[in-house]
Design a protein around this ligand. Sequence first.
Ligand code: SAH
Ligand code: SF4
Ligand code: F3S
Length: 477
Amino acid sequence: MKIKENWSLPNLKEAAKRTRSAVERVDHYYIPANTLDLGTGKTYYISTYGCQANQRDSETIAGILETIGFRPAQDLEHIDVIILNTCAIRQNAEEKVLGEIGRFKKLYRENKDLVIGVCGCMAQEDEFVKLILEKYPQVRLLFGTHNIQDLPVMLYDAMVKHEKVVKIYSKEGEVYENLPVKRFENHKAWVNIMYGCDKFCTYCIVPYTRGKQRSRMMDEILKEVQELKDAGYKEITLLGQNVNAYGKDLEEPIDFATLLEETAKIGIPRIRFMTSHPWDFTDEMVDIIARYDNIMPFIHLPVQSGDDEILKRMGRRYTRESYMKLYRKIMDTVPNAAVSTDIIVGFPNESDEAFEHTLELVKECQFDNAFTFIYSPRPGTPAAKMEDGIDEQTKHERLYRLNEEWNKYALEKNKAYIGKKVTVLVDGASKRNDHVYSGYTETNKLVNFTGENIKPGDFVDVMITDAKTFSLDGKAV
Ligand code: SAH
Ligand code: SF4
Ligand code: F3S
């Protein structure tokens, strides 16, 4: 195969630079005419890893592919394009992707026209791209988080010119409006409100893979929410790595509280948002959440650690005390609030005492849900260079103890629902039994319940009859 000369390879150091230059905003999306029927009669499959930002990007990728004629593949035997949208947050996320690329090797051997593309956060890492180029010849297309809009041209080069295409920019990034989108769900939708991250927590790769914080203009966001409401969507989730910092980067700064209030006024039945960094969470935001019935009383508030020294070395810029103050303010102000969190154990040289501080915090907050991780060094981040004398076994034991602890409270919180009536937004019927449905409460609890003649997107009142750690059981009333 001819190798294209103008490869753009990523550079993590370059990606960490931040300038004061204005964000470029691109409103019109243009698909070159010669690519418009590239996918006619052809099929695609997208495999998505990582967070909601990636889910939403995959919807854009699907939207672009379908605009140029591709249709979703029914099976992997007759397939023309496979896209793996990857996540770099932890080592194990990366290993899964390599495993999947390995499995596709056979398909490529049988069909040399197959285009296997890899994009997303891993594609922004120089070492990963080098590895793919050296060891995985079946990957014929590599593109980064800043290059999605160029997909038609990249695919044309791969499919028509038979080139190996590598297009990855390491830059601060733009804001694109009006890219095609194929929403994967019919009653719930993701709405990006900002891209990138400038927080540079010392363990985290995201600011390198996603560029600088760029907020969308509020009127663009509200227009999208209005369109979703008009199309019958019941729930939207406002997305950003730090939604609370929304608008701080705009020429005329605006805050998240204002955006949240304006979104609520549009009247879509359910509004969620994630992720909230405790640092930028203002009292005004808490008040707005409390004031509007259609802003769900559920807040994902990652704490990461309950120890001040670790928080400082993580670069989180809040203390255990200020987190607790915010937590109490939320619980005291928002009726029936549920709070979930993220916690990392085994941060470099986390002492036993520091870990105990985290357990104590969990005991105090009694979170409704928690996502817990063993620290995974990300090459190129400051924490990866920190000395770490803690052995793997200790880290695993801590994770186990932490999970035991939060599971206990989650179960208690769920048990308090027994005998109560909740409103569930229905996602669908169980695969095994079509009289069993599932959906989520306002507080983001998963409910499995029995009922008749129920459709996805319905709001159903459910009486809760039983509680588990991760879900509730009930009966439609
Ligand atoms: N922007 C969000 C977090 C996005 S990443 C925030 O600041 O809250 C999701 C979670 O992955 C983080 O909250 C953290 O708990 C975890 N995480 C990030 N980097 C990690 C690493 N290097 N090792 C282990 N967990 C990590
Ligand atoms: Fe990562 Fe911190 Fe940004 Fe969250 S706020 S994405 S943890 S750097
Ligand atoms: Fe993963 Fe990138 Fe999201 S690293 S968590 S997919 S921003």
